[in-house]
Design a binder for this molecule. Structure first.
Ligand code: HEM
Ligand code: HEM
Length: 186
């Protein structure tokens, strides 16, 4: 484990995620929810219009940012683990949370990769907020583009559902059960 991870600023406070994990969680929550909402809006716009192109550029930039952040977050999670609960959750909540978190991690990896593949195999732009272009590592391939677009679209439906349940569960724990769950991430 590196010196940064064990520094006082990032020390495990008994029942909360480490500071680095909390910052990454909230940063990614903002990035992913914005990407989801912009993607959803774009799906109602006519292809090729200047507004759709501009919004898709922002969407792709957010999505690629999520890909970089998850590449940092996942190893951190695997090495640091999660904090203990003061009072263990009941069995149902424990397995529901575990399942939802694993699914969120899978989707956080799958969505940017499928988005990248759609754009790269289609020979489209891969911008990052107008600052630079990501390298296109794929040869033009229409059928790969179509397959990746389908994975991206159905992945988005799953993400809408799981993120909504995740947020409702966090609010339910905090306001109805009045337990420690939300505090662990604040
Ligand atoms: C966390 C990351 C991402 C999320 C949550 C996300 C979500 C979405 C959603 C909800 C849509 C609208 C539904 C659809 O038409 O598929 C969409 C469309 C799209 N996304 Fe993403 N996306 C992400 C990353 C990316 C990345 C990294 C790229 C490319 C570099 C990308 C490129 C596209 C493109 C080109 C479309 C339009 C597809 C079409 O109209 O056929 N996305 N995305
Ligand atoms: C308003 C939005 C959100 C709230 C209130 C929220 C709240 C929380 C809370 C309280 C936890 C800790 C749960 C526990 O310790 O059992 C957590 C964990 C987690 N959240 Fe969120 N979250 C939000 C958005 C998101 C989004 C958009 C994503 C990803 C798409 C996400 C992914 C995760 C993951 C993967 C974990 C598990 C962390 C780990 O064990 O490494 N969250 N969230």
């Amino acid at each position: 484990m590196s010196a940064t991870l064990t520094s006082t600023a990032d020390a495990p406070s008994a029942n909360r995620y480490r500071r680095s994990q909390r910052i990454l969680h909230w940063l990614m929550a903002i990035v992913i929810i914005s990407a989801l909402l912009i993607g959803l809006y774009c799906s109602y716009l006519v292809q090729g219009t200047p507004l759709r192109r501009a919004l898709l550029d922002i969407h792709k930039s957010l999505g690629m940012t999520a890909l970089i952040l998850i590449a940092i977050r996942l190893p951190l999670r695997l090495s640091l683990g999660e904090p203990a609960y003061r009072r263990p959750l009941d069995v149902f909540s424990h397995y529901a949370a575990r399942g939802a978190h694993i699914l969120l991690y899978v989707l956080m990896i799958m969505m940017p990769l499928a988005g990248y593949t759609t754009s790269a195999a289609g020979g489209h732009d891969l911008p990052w907020f107008g600052v630079f272009q990501w390298p296109n590592l794929l040869p033009p391939d229409k059928s790969l583009e179509r397959t990746a677009a389908i994975v991206h679209e159905y992945g988005a439906y799953c993400l809408y559902a799981v993120v909504t349940l995740h947020i409702l569960a966090a609010l339910w724990h905090h306001f109805a059960r009045k337990d420690e769950v939300l505090q662990r991430m604040l």
